[in-house]
Design a protein around this ligand. Sequence first.
Ligand SMILES: NC(=O)c1ccc[n+]([C@@H]2O[C@H](COP(=O)([O-])OP(=O)(O)OC[C@H]3O[C@@H](n4cnc5c(N)ncnc54)[C@H](O)[C@@H]3O)[C@@H](O)[C@H]2O)c1
Length: 525
Amino acid sequence: MKIVLVGFMGSGKSSVGRELSRRLGYQIVDTDLTIEEREDMPIALIFKEKGEDYFRAVEQAAIEEVSRKDNVVIATGGGVVKNKKNMENLGRRGIVIWLKTEPEIILKRIMSEEGRRPLLNVEEPLKEINRLLVEREHLYMQADVTIDTDFVTSGEAAQEIIEKLILNMQEVTVNLKERSYKIIIGRKVLHKCSLRLKEFKPSRVAIVSNTTIFPLYKDIILNSMNECGITPEVFLIPDGEEHKDFLWASNLYGELLKARFDRDALLVAFGGGVVGDITGFVASTYMRGIKYIQVPTTLLAQVDSSVGGKTGVNHPLGKNMIGTFYQPSLVIIDVELLKTLSQRQLRAGIAEIIKYGVIADREFFNFLEINIGNIISIKDELVWAIKRSCEIKADIVSADEREAGLRAVLNFGHTIGHALETVTGYTKFLHGEAIAMGMCSAAKLAVRLGLLQGKDAGLINALVEMYGLPVKIPPDINASDIINAMEVDKKIRAGQLRFILPESIGRVRIEENIDRGLIAEVLKS
Ligand SMILES: NC(=O)c1ccc[n+]([C@@H]2O[C@H](COP(=O)([O-])OP(=O)(O)OC[C@H]3O[C@@H](n4cnc5c(N)ncnc54)[C@H](O)[C@@H]3O)[C@@H](O)[C@H]2O)c1
């Protein structure tokens, strides 16, 4: 394996690299040192006498060479990420780790070694660090793993990297116009998550959870926070969709005000979609918006509701009618938490995972077919399936944050699914079960419209069934009631009756104005 450390100057790449190589028994290559040796002069002098372009060319050659090695830790120069070719070379068969450090700490660390930092030989180095960081941050963010080096020693940072690699910790970036955020996915990440909270420098932290989930993981989450010197407030709401409402949002505002939470406070949503939605909504409105982190505990929340920034509460006149688009600052997905989730809830979450295969990735769909046993028993294949689902959702959300167009494809199976939930009063089916039937019906509709081959509709049906999800709408549910519910939903949302229909597995299109008679036939079939 090749471990590549990237980050700004002073982030500790060389010292963390040395620690890592010692612990793993890997060779260490510090590209800046290699270049200094080859050119027989310090980097500062190369910059001064031969210029930055010359240095970057030598650096690219050194990177090309070291990229061919295996079992090596590569500590790179701070500007290495600016060159796409470098990152392609380093990323191939390697894991890229970003050592993230605050500007003030960078400045403190490099004060004593000014001679080696040619780019900072300026009057106001802190300003220059900030400028360069803004220029490079989006490039560093492409790394596979991020490690905060502000408050840790090189040994601790190296240990964290090893643990992340062992724990099979994955990261996905949601790139948005104004800012980006990370989704961290792995096993037992909850034990370590608090270190990540520190980077937000919160004045106060509150965990928002419910009365079922919090008692199960109270010790782990509180110990993890206490170890990092965080003493959170804990606000619990009762379990159940019926509590995702204004009353509980208002109770939360009250608790935050009583505890004197200010604008620098941070909320941690620890629960399923209900907790996530209401916490996000409160975070988006309390004092005109404070930061929040999602720690989703159901599979549905891990692959869907925690990612994408849709928040909300229900109103007596409609579900999810009041809400905001408000992105979390971080999403931490601990797959171990799913071990206490009921099988029914787990399978319902898988419906959303199947959805991603159908709308965007045939290979992923095939992966879900082949690995059912390991996915259902929460093995590493599920970690990967969650990562791939988050990647697909992140890509779509990045392209269309506010659902102006493309994001609608995430609603595959939802037009009929939502209507099924409505006509059964949200009591008969879990959301994922309704979506499962909605996807199978949408596939049938696509076949009837000549958009999809019957064979592919059969594969979708079979996969949904293999995961123990319902494929057929029970005969006691009237097709005309379902269509009426869709029409009402359309009116409430002031939109069109819109279907997302597969053209093949991995590609969907949006269709409006479909003949109601045909829809009824499909629903009955
Ligand atoms: N914001 C979005 O983009 C979005 C997307 C889809 C759904 N949603 C919303 O999500 C909600 C549904 O979310 P959900 O399916 O997670 O339901 P949920 O939050 O009600 O959780 C389901 C049940 O599982 C329990 N639970 C949660 N984690 C557990 C764990 N690890 N172990 C044991 N029990 C656990 C909960 O207490 C609850 O009883 C709905 O309100 C829906 O509107 C939002």
